[in-house]
Ligand binder design. Structure first.
Ligand code: MIG
Length: 668
């Protein structure tokens, strides 16, 4: 059961789809106290209490023992000391033996989650705004609680079916020729592929909804030709609009008064990729409709997928922070600069980006309510996603468009997916991706994944292979890397054949993945779950951080350590292990509950199916369309026979089909 508690005058975030009456009694489980830093909800944590949630954040699945902050940030290093990433998902589950409850804080401002950091056995959650709605959910099990919270937040986004295929991306593909080469290099080696991303290099001077006409002389023709070959182009869209008298978007936004403004009424200017830029007021309905309508320019060219970036919003500098930087530099010019001065100088420029002063400098018109940006900071990216998604639906209510965003807030999961931002080519970032998956699913973000191979730094062959072995299971399966790093398309490496083989497993699993995804949408369920959710009362399961449940029938245990040739796996019940090398080459091994050491050479990875369950398995294919139409076999350890409910549809429309349409597949 969910109860709602209201404090102050909450902002309309649009995150919640149900209207609940506010409770009048006192909030259970917490002490509530106003302090200088905000409104604080605190409680003591029992010795074994486990905390799951917070969506996109560093460290483990159990969030206990650190302090996190809801403050959407463009951060390049996802290290353990980072308190915020690009999205704020204020959902946290408390699990203390028999007693569990969940919390959703509908507060778009800064929230500090001190989860046993300052005092080991105390959680203290502080809302800087103090204006919020708090939803408290009690239930019999963690899974039940997450379902209820998800129902509160609304149905998850439905991507087109091809978006479950493998997508290749890199910051640096600048022309038709570059992209053709990527396509050709996959197709000629029979490496499966369904999409290619276009990063900012395709644009003309980094202007949204434009493309370089020399590099892409006939975008429509190009997109159509690729589609014949089952390949979709996925261009990036950034939040900021180039400030340029000759820029039509700038002129329109200005004339129609749709940009974020400063206290004096002038338009706020911050620099991003195109240089000085203005920021659409996505928190305003008119501005959302306007910006969204511009996606039509690319949709008209045959584009059917997008990724929205820089929407925290990221700001390299503003006129004000830049002026201040120069002032400091001028003050110090000719001085004998000591340590203090040198830090001052360095910070003036080094800390210029995403400056807190800038986030206090501009305002939104939330359909009549004027709000300073920092109060609602975490909503900006989410509302950009909404802007795009609503425009897509308006254009064609039956055509799903691929959309994933970097920044997010609860509610945005109804409009699009998200990727996990700028990770590094680090082994620890395979584990990090894994830890974020269930936390994101909990908040409704089912369509997610990380940059496989790692975005920053140089990848290695074995790292990419192990990343892909996790990516096989993530709905968004995209290889992406930064400009200047080692090129990491599969075909660049000597072991490309074994990576291709890994992808064949993904394509054979597509019917199951899609079915489980859609059922999770329909039932407000999670695709990835901590083991604790399926095995309540199992101590080991409660504390397992390096394995996940996947779909209703399966468990995964990726290898995340370099040079490892195997790993220990804990089986909370009897399961069938499938050791995959490719869709055609795998071995099956029934295993009993308990601990096992499993040998997994570099080209091998494991999937575990619960005893008594079966899952459909297709065939390796080079594109998703073929994968979805391949004949299915059933894999599983079911001595007494078992059946699987297969969800299928034609991929159109924005609501999953009801259960009556499921196909029952039976293994005798
Ligand atoms: O300032 O568009 O997270 O995926 O390749 C960097 C260039 C901007 C950040 C995104 C990344 C993308 C990059 N972008």
């Amino acid at each position: 059961m969910i109860r709602k508690y209201v404090y102050g005058n909450p902002y309309d975030t649009g995150a919640v789809v149900k209207t609940l009456p506010a409770e009048t009694g006192t909030l259970p489980y917490f002490e509530v106290e106003q302090s200088d830093s905000g409104l604080c909800f605190s409680r003591s944590l029992s010795k074994d209490e486990v905390l799951f949630g917070l969506g996109e954040a560093v460290r483990g699945m159990n969030k206990r023992g650190y302090v996190y902050e809801s403050w959407n940030s463009d951060v390049f290093d996802h290290t353990e000391s980072q308190s915020s990433l690009y999205a704020s998902l204020n959902l946290l589950l408390f699990c203390n033996g028999e007693q569990c409850f969940g919390l959703y804080l509908d507060d778009p401002g800064r929230v500090r989650w001190d989860l046993g950091y300052t005092v080991t056995d105390r959680a203290c959650i502080t809302s800087e705004n103090g204006d919020l709605a708090l939803y408290l959910c009690e239930g019999d099990s963690l899974r039940q609680i997450t379902r209820e919270l998800r129902a509160l937040l609304g149905q998850s986004y439905l991507p087109p079916k091809w978006a479950f295929g493998y997508i290749q991306s890199r910051w640096g593909y600048a022309s038709e020729k570059d992209i053709r080469a990527v396509a050709q290099n996959h197709r000629s080696r029979h490496i499966p592929l369904d999409g290619i991303c276009m990063d900012i290099d395709y644009m003309q001077d980094y202007r949204d909804f434009t493309w370089n006409r020399e590099a892409f002389p006939d975008l429509k023709g190009f997109a159509d030709q690729l589609k014949q070959d089952h390949l979709h182009l996925v261009p990036i869209i950034d939040a900021g609009i180039k400030l340029d008298e000759k820029e039509p978007l700038y002129q329109e936004g200005l004339q129609r008064d749709l940009f974020c403004k400063k206290a004096d009424g002038s338009v706020f200017v911050g620099a991003v990729w195109p240089g000085r830029a203005c920021f659409p007021d996505f928190l305003n309905t008119r501005a959302r409709e306007w910006f969204g309508s511009h996606y039509n320019t690319l949709l008209d060219e045959g584009i059917d997928g997008f990724w929205n970036d820089m929407n925290e919003p990221a700001i390299f500098y503003s006129d004000e922070t830049l002026a201040r930087g120069f002032e400091i530099a001028d003050e110090l010019r000719g001085e004998n600069i000591g340590l203090d001065g040198s830090f001052k100088l360095k910070d003036a420029f080094g800390r210029m980006a995403n400056h807190p002063d800038d986030y206090r400098r501009f305002y939104h018109d939330m359909d009549g309510r004027r709000v300073r940006h920092d109060r609602v900071h975490n909503l900006y990216g989410a509302m950009m996603t909404r802007s795009a998604a609503e425009a897509f639906r308006k254009r064609d209510a039956n055509k799903r468009v691929l959309l994933f965003s970097r920044s997010a807030f609860a509610g945005a999961h109804r409009y699009g997916g998200m990727w996990q931002g700028d990770n590094f080519s680090w082994w620890s970032h395979i584990a990090l991706c894994m830890h974020m998956l269930p936390a994101l699913n909990m908040s409704g973000f089912l369509f997610t994944g990380c940059d496989l191979g790692g975005f920053g730094c140089n990848t290695t062959e074995d790292l990419l292979e192990r990343f892909l072995q996790l990516g096989v299971f993530t709905p968004l399966m995209r290889n992406h890397s930064a400009l200047g790093t080692r090129e990491q398309e599969i075909y660049r490496f000597s072991t490309w054949e074994s990576m291709r083989d890994t992808l064949t497993v993904r394509y054979a699993l597509l019917p199951y993945l899609y079915s489980e995804y859609m059922k999770a949408v329909r039932d407000n369920d999670m695709l990835f779950r901590p083991l604790a959710m399926d095995y309540p009362g199992d101590e080991r399961a409660l504390h397992t951080e390096d394995q996940l449940m996947w779909g209703s029938e399966c468990m995964i245990a990726p290898v995340t350590v370099q040079n490892a040739v195997g790993r220990y796996v804990y089986l909370p019940e009897d399961m069938l292990m499938i050791r995959f090398r490719s869709a055609k080459d795998h071995d099956l091994e029934p295993m009993t509950r308990g601990d096992h050491y499993i040998s997994l050479r570099l080209n091998e990875f494991a999937l575990f199916i619960k005893k008594g369950c079966v899952i459909p398995f297709g065939q390796g294919a080079e594109n998703s369309e073929d994968a979805f139409s391949a004949p299915l076999t059933l894999l599983g350890w079911a001595e007494k026979g078992a059946s699987y409910r297969l969800y299928t549809d034609d991929g159109t429309g924005y609501a999953p089909l009801p259960t009556e349409h499921d196909r029952i597949l039976r293994k005798e």
